[in-house]
Design a protein around this ligand. Structure first.
Ligand SMILES: O=P(O)(O)OC[C@H]1O[C@H](O[C@H]2O[C@H](CO)[C@@H](O)[C@H](O)[C@H]2O)[C@H](O)[C@@H](O)[C@@H]1O
Length: 409
């Protein structure tokens, strides 16, 4: 049996699953990938390994431009024609991709059957997941309906936003106090007081949240703050002549947007960024959706942030936890990977086009690719379905319990 779909036999398995004691060998046989690592331990948060600087990739020979072109491709059919798309118009590559990564909405029954009796934790990316992708990053607002869907989810399940934006910016955009927030690709986490009590290390900062409640800030890249600030200013300076280029400071990382730059000028963006980065061997470059992201060269990403939050919430090393991460971007792959390899849960990739992913499910299958159906609406539908399912379960539990106390003597 496979968690991805109970009707079709969809997923070609990797090598035979190993028995996973965390899940009593059950989840390992349900998820398509076997557990490879062990569960996280709090001691790993004391020192986060810094990676050795590598040689800076050459813009032409090493595929910066290919990656820039590949990031966030537009589905030609959608761009060219806003009219109805028949299912038969969707190419076979997409259909076979969908067999491998079925729609989380169409597989909902299967997901909740599997989740029954487990403690669910929800991790959500922001841009392209909770909000639609727009040209101006400052105008990427989530809808009021989405906000209320996320708020409802958080009533029943611990919920965290894990974004490439700075924590403050993403908090301003989401505006819900009941969530946990991890900004700068997980390098700035505001979470609960760590259950293991191991916060006495350099990476932790005690702070207060918007309601003046004591919280822990976990910032494993604090020493990079001056470098990020400097590189941000250098990038602003070096790209200021490029029409449409825009640089954002996200505190522990910085983004160079080229969505609004004419494609003929993309090589200029790539060269300028590369030239700046030559002076910063402690920083690395990653590719997002029409954005170049500059971040500290440390072993920390959205995947580590998911593990960290699970541990802080007292949800790691338990057999009954199911973590779900929903995201659309390359950086979300780190979270998908951790969930797969740790057999902790699964990822849901939001994508209109087939792509390699470590997620188990997708949102936007061929029928959902209609231009009138927005990805964030599908994510909202999934979140609402989870809430309805949970409410139904509670209702059933109340209805089935005897109306009077049972005398056990
Ligand atoms: O991890 P995320 O929350 O998805 O953050 C990744 C990047 O998101 C933002 O950029 C993306 O969304 C913009 C608004 O829709 C869009 O204009 C841009 O092209 C996308 O890449 C954010 O502005 C970036 O700084 C983040 O790195």
């Amino acid at each position: 049996m496979d968690i991805t779909n109970n009707q079709v036999s969809p997923v070609i398995m990797d090598p035979a699953p190993v028995n996973n004691s965390r899940f009593g060998g059950v989840l390992s046989s349900l998820l398509p990938y076997p557990k490879q690592g062990t569960s996280s331990s709090s001691s790993k948060y004391i020192t986060i390994p810094r990676r050795k600087p590598g040689k800076l990739d050459d813009v032409r020979s090493n595929g910066w431009l290919d990656a820039m072109k590949a990031s966030s491709p537009t589905c030609k059919k959608l761009a060219a024609d806003n009219s109805d798309i028949a299912l038969e118009d969707i190419d076979s590559a997409h259909l076979s991709w969908m067999l491998k990564y079925p729609s989380a909405l169409r597989s909902f029954e299967h997901i909740v059957n599997f989740a029954n009796g487990k403690r669910i934790a929800i991790f959500l990316d922001y841009d392209g997941t909770l909000s639609p992708i727009v040209d101006d990053p400052d105008s990427a607002f989530m809808s009021t309906e989405m906000r209320s869907a996320v708020k409802n989810v958080a009533k029943y399940f611990p919920t965290a936003i894990i974004s490439g934006r700075s924590r403050d910016k993403v908090y301003d955009l989401v505006g819900l106090n009941e969530l946990y927030y991890a900004g700068s690709h997980g390098m700035d986490i505001m979470g609960p007081i760590h259950k293991s009590g191991s916060e006495d290390c350099l990476n932790y900062v005690k702070s207060t949240d918007q309601q003046r409640k004591m919280v822990n800030l976990f910032q494993p890249a604090r020493e990079f703050l001056p470098a990020i600030d400097k590189v941000f200013r250098a990038l602003v300076e070096s790209t200021k002549g490029i029409r449409g280029a825009n640089v954002e400071n996200h505190k522990f990382c910085t983004s160079v947007h080229y969505r609004n730059v004419e494609e003929k000028d993309w090589p200029i963006v790539a060269h300028r960024v590369r030239d700046v980065l030559k002076d910063y061997p402690g920083l690395q470059l990653t590719h997002g959706r029409k954005v170049l992201e500059v971040r500290p060269l440390i072993e920390w990403n959205k995947g580590e942030a998911v593990e960290f939050l699970l541990e802080s919430l007292g949800l790691s090393s338990r057999n009954d936890v199911l973590a779900i991460h929903i995201g659309d971007d390359n950086s979300d792959e780190d979270a998908f990977r951790v969930l797969r390899t740790g057999n902790i849960g699964f990822g849901i990739l939001v994508s209109s086009f087939p792509k390699e992913t470590r997620a188990v499910y997708s949102l936007k299958d061929p029928a959902e690719v209609l231009p009138s159906i927005r990805s964030d609406h599908l994510v909202m539908e999934f979140l609402k379905s989870l809430v309805s399912w949970k409410e139904m379960q509670r209702h059933r539990a109340t209805y089935q319990s005897p109306p009077y106390p049972v005398n056990s003597s």
